[in-house]
Design a protein around this ligand. Structure first.
Ligand code: AMP
Ligand code: MG
Length: 328
């Protein structure tokens, strides 16, 4: 069984082909980088995707050494994401499905991060931290769906880092540079620490960090920003962990590449004898393997594919809306 996945929710246009043993036959990624340091411009990103899309599909097939006729399914990221970007991926997927008579599966992008991490790391019933530019959620599987046990009430952790970076003159994406600068900081500046119930609030922290930009060394601000933002997340995670009694934690999404955060979560989890894991950085960033893997799970469980007319995109799309037929 061979499944082709297409990712196009934001900056990355990806095409991947996997088989039913989760072997990755190809994993093509074309990443748009903003011309200015202003973050992603959806129209500019969609223009980038539309220019390279056909070549990326061709390259994925050639690399896997197969043709369209060998495909068992095609999956695309339905959302959440930027409308103009999503439509490029959906259009290509519809065309492949209709023209070559291949079953079509729309996929929730966040679910892709969650299942790629769980399946590749062999996690059975994990608590998942999905932390990226688009999500900051604490998830656990219960009664047929991935449920949210804590999330940001305003901006995501990725947005917090990228928006602060922009004000500090650090190009997009800001996360890796902030991590590097933070490692050279040592002074903890007190910053707004807001947690409501089990949910995080980051906008006050962002405003404050920006307001002190010229008052302290940038390294110390980055160190304090990370320490504060990550502590809020770890506090909420610990509560969810105890409440749900999970034995493993999977961390995924672009911000999962942050090793300082990974170690903070691990330190907390060690106290509960809970195992913490993440994939290598390459698979925490947006990619099409995560979309293909969900397509494969749908196909394997006999989930009905959609006709091209129902293959829509959803800019806002919550993970609890998705029924999961392959988990008990
Ligand atoms: P995604 O939305 O999954 O593509 O993830 C992109 C986000 O991950 C951006 O907000 C980046 O700033 C962030 N990111 C990438 N690497 C790191 C890192 N080492 N530390 C913190 N954030 C990171
Ligand atoms: Mg993502």
């Amino acid at each position: 069984m061979l499944v082709l996945g297409i990712e196009s929710t934001a900056h990355t246009f990806g095409v991947a082909i996997i088989d039913d043993n989760l072997n990755i036959l190809s994993d093509i990624r074309r990443v748009y980088s903003p011309k200015r340091t202003l973050g992603i411009d959806p129209k500019e990103a969609a223009e980038h995707h539309s220019q390279i899309a056909a070549y990326a599909v061709k390259e994925a097939l050639e690399k896997a050494n197969i043709t369209y006729r060998d495909l068992s399914a095609v999956a695309y990221a339905m959302g959440p994401g930027m409308g103009p970007c999503l439509r490029i991926g959906a259009t290509i997927a519809r065309f492949i499905s209709e023209y070559f008579r291949v079953p079509l599966y729309p996929v929730h992008h966040g679910l892709g991060h969650v299942e790629l991490t769980s399946q590749m790391l062999g996690l059975e019933d994990p608590l998942i931290l999905l932390i990226s530019g688009g999500h900051t959620s604490i998830l656990g599987f219960s009664e047929g769906r991935w449920r949210v046990y804590g999330e940001t009430l305003d901006i995501t952790l990725g947005n917090l880092l990228d928006m602060f970076a922009r004000e500090a003159g650090i190009p997009f994406p800001g996360g890796p540079k902030i991590e590097e600068l933070a490692s050279k900081g040592s002074r903890l500046i007190e910053m707004p620490y807001t947690i409501k119930g089990n949910n995080m609030v980051y906008s006050g922290l962002l405003t404050y960090a920006i307001s002190i930009l010229n008052k302290y060394p940038l390294e110390d601000i980055c160190y304090s920003l990370q320490e504060t933002a990550f502590s809020i997340l770890v506090e909420a995670t610990e509560r969810a962990l105890v409440q749900l009694n999970k034995r493993e934690i999977g961390i995924t999404g672009g911000v999962a590449s942050n090793t300082y955060l990974f170690n903070m979560v691990r330190k907390m989890a060690d106290e509960h004898n809970v195992h913490v894991a993440r994939l290598e950085s390459k698979y925490n960033a947006d990619n099409a393997v995560q979309i293909a893997i969900v397509g494969l799970l749908y196909k394997k469980t006999g989930h009905p594919p959609v006709g091209a007319e129902k293959a829509i995109v959803k800019q806002r799309y919550r993970i609890e809306e998705v029924e999961i037929p392959w988990r008990q």
